[in-house]
Each structure stands twice: as structure tokens, then as C-alpha cells.
Design a protein around this ligand. Sequence first.
Ligand code: HEM
Length: 134
Amino acid sequence: MSESRAYGDGDASYQAAGQYEGLQRLSERFYHYMDTLPEATTIRAMHKDDLTESKDKLARFLSGWLGGPRLYREKYGPIAIPKAHSHLPIGVAERDAWLLCMEKALAEQPYAEDFKRYMIEQLFVPAERSRTQD
Ligand code: HEM
């Protein structure tokens, strides 16, 4: 591990992700893959045509989620991930498509390899909790 602290400890994960600037890059690339991967067509169609706000929301959400500043709450108010997705038809395929976009976006980042694996493992939890079907 390249960090002296475990990733879940304080803001260690937020630092490992390159702080807010790193998370903005990650979110940008995540939505790039959602916009272009054939596997993501269904979940892309659930979003607005303009992804600007989605990118902003995801980067800000991840900041607080990784132990950094609670930037989502500052701008948009409180959020619970399962509730934010409860109106959407999300099954196993949609969950996995979301995680695929994230895996591809993570692969491009200048992060430690163990942090990329940690992120995917940790993100599986809210992705699974966002599932509304199957
Ligand atoms: C499991 C697959 C997922 C799908 C298909 C999905 C899809 C969506 C869609 C379509 C929206 C826009 C909702 C709307 O406009 O009404 C949304 C919002 C959002 N999603 Fe996801 N999502 C998934 C998982 C996740 C995960 C795992 C996270 C965070 C770790 C996340 C974070 C967010 C955030 C922060 C918003 C903004 C909520 C708001 O401000 O209303 N999503 N998601």
C-alpha cells in the first residue's frame, strides 16, 4: 500500500483519489464511458441528455463518501443513495454496467493499483443498494 494509513481511515481515500480535482477527473471519465460503452446504453438513457450536473453530483458525492469535504451536501443538501435511485429500474445488469464504467474510469487514473481495487470493492456496496429489481 502506498499510503501509510488504511484507505478507510479518515480522509486517506480522499487523498488517494487526488482530492476533489482527482474526483472531478474520475467523474468526467466515468460519464464518458457511460456515454460511449454499448453495455451502458440502458443506464445512459436514464440520465438527462446533458451530463454536466451528473458529473458534478458524482464528484461531490464521492468527496464526502471517501472521507473528504461533504461537497454534495454543501451544494445540493443531504442524500441517501438507495433513495436517490428508488424511482429507477436498476437490476443486476444495470448495476454491473455502472460498475463497468467506473472500473474503466479508475483504470485510467494515476492511482495506486490497490486503491483502484479498493474503490471497486467499496462501490459495489452502494451499487447493490441502488438495485431496485431482480
Ligand atoms: C447501480 C447502478 C446505478 C445506476 C443505474 C445509477 C443511475 C443514476 C441515475 C439515472 C441518476 C439520475 C437520477 C435522476 O435524474 O432522477 C443517478 C443519480 C445519482 N447517482 Fe446513481 N446510479 C447507480 C449507482 C450509483 C452509485 C453506486 C453511486 C455512488 C456511489 C451513485 C451516485 C449518484 C448520485 C450522487 C446521483 C445524484 C442524485 C441526485 O442529486 O438526485 N449512483 N444515478
